[in-house]
Write a protein that binds this ligand. Structure first.
Ligand code: X2X
Length: 340
């Protein structure tokens, strides 16, 4: 009604009015954004920030609502990517791990001990490898917009200090959704079980599994010391970046100007997310590690010789998965890291 009155009053001519109302009808009242973690974590905060920036800069034309807990796919993180392609999910900030079952090249970031430090992550996401991965995602039917970060994944457990693969022998670990994690933990002599993050928490609490691996920001926000996680090993064996994407049809339904707003907001929220995820963790800032120790958790930093033992034990996983990921992409990643 308001639009009709405005059109009548504006004397702009029937065709312009029709055009603007057709466009308005194409925009939905809500766009659904999927994340795994809620806004108490850097990942969820990135989702809230993206939504806020887009809402402000489009004057409310694009209203994004975040659905954490991968609730749009019943909590099954490994189904998120397919749901974005199918349009069940309009927008997502997803971990490279959770989308790896569908996009095999994303297993690159899960290759054991590929990335030695934060500069190495940045060399991949902000270099040629990152651009290649965006092209691959595009060819798989989604629109990639920006990079964020979950972080270096550290090892925790309820039983003992872990310094070498021998210490992990026979221990039960909850692992994430890509089979490379089963291979890595098996190569280390442990007993891995794949489950969602939602299922991991009761499994740790009841002792059904002894340990898990996640970034320290997740360890802190999930208060993992309350889930029997009394021992933490800082081994930096893999890191998962996050990727901001849109469903292709939803993207095409927006005007070019609005698409640019959504993209720039994703880039801004992604940059904030990376800072947020590294806060208290990236040397020399160790506030998060101190906070964990203050909760009674024994934090172990492994030596170079110990890291070499983990690296050697998982070398065959690295070599085998390189074939799946693509030797060209792995080589490019190794070169980018060595030049960082
Ligand atoms: O499930 C996990 O461990 C989490 C939250 O880190 C991911 O979604 C990859």
């Amino acid at each position: 009604m308001k639009r009709v009155l405005l059109c009548a009053a504006a004397l702009l001519g029937a065709s312009l009015c029709l055009a603007s109302s057709a466009q308005a009808e194409e925009y939905r009242s809500e766009y659904r954004l999927s994340t795994v973690l809620p806004s108490s974590y850097p990942w969820g905060r990135a989702g809230e920030l993206w939504a806020k920036l887009v809402r402000e800069k489009t004057n409310g034309r694009i209203n994004i609502k975040m659905y954490p807990g991968t609730s749009l796919v019943g909590g099954d993180q490994t189904r998120e990517f397919t749901a974005i392609r199918q349009g069940v999910i309009d927008l997502a900030i997803g971990s490279t791990i959770n989308w790896s079952p569908q996009v095999k090249q994303l297993n690159l970031f899960s290759l054991p001990f590929l990335m030695p430090d934060y500069k190495a992550i940045d060399a991949l996401t902000h270099g040629e490898v990152g651009r290649d991965i965006f092209k691959i995602l595009e060819s798989q039917g989604v629109v990639p917009l920006a990079w964020g970060e979950n972080g270096f994944r550290e090892l925790s457990n309820s039983k003992k200090v872990i310094r070498t693969p021998a210490d992990m022998k026979g221990m039960k670990f909850r692992v994430v959704g890509s089979p490379i994690f089963i291979d890595t933990f098996s190569a280390l002599g442990a007993n891995p079980t794949q489950m969602s993050f939602a299922d991991a928490q009761p499994a740790l609490s009841s002792g059904a599994v002894d340990g898990q691996e996640n970034p320290l920001s997740v360890f802190v926000n999930a208060k993992m010391w309350t889930l029997n996680q009394k021992y933490l090993t800082l081994w930096e064996y893999t890191a998962d970046p996050l990727i901001f994407v849109a469903n292709r049809e939803v993207w095409a339904s927006w005007t070019p100007a609005d698409r640019e707003i959504v993209r720039q907001a994703a880039i801004q929220a992604g940059a904030e997310n990376v800072k947020d995820a590294r806060k208290g963790i990236e040397p020399p800032d160790d506030a998060a590690i101190k906070e964990i120790e203050a909760k009674g958790v024994t934090v172990t930093r492994i030596t170079d010789a110990e890291r070499k033992q983990f690296r050697d034990a998982t070398r065959k996983v690295y070599v085998n998965w390189t074939k799946t990921i693509g030797p060209g992409l792995v080589k490019k990643a190794e070169t980018s890291i060595s030049k960082r």
